[in-house]
Unconditional design. Sequence first.
Length: 131
Amino acid sequence: APVPNDVVNTYTNVQLTLDDVVYTWNADDKGGKITDIAYSIINGESGTIKASYFVMTMEKYEDKKRKFMMDTKGRTIPAGETSKRKLEVTSGFTYNKAQLVDLSAVPVTIQLFDSGDKLMGTATGNFKLER
């Protein structure tokens, strides 16, 4: 069995949640852009995990995948620990009301990957994306 400080690359006990999104809203264009996320990662593995980047998608924008790197400090999570952080979405994720229609509870999904492009976890949250 791995000792707690060993890095593991099996992710059956990693829990990812998308806690919040920050967005800008343009009432004239009836569109917006997700600029930042707040997330939590719970490492339930027996060793340290090293995350690398996120990929964001949104309902009705499944073909649009926005990849953004984690900051260096947030990448290493020891066994049994929880990491709660905020992170900028590189270039943002733009959307519009014409495409989504109902912006009161839009499903936004993030996927977490390690540096070897192995999926570590997926989380979806429903967010109000208009003001």
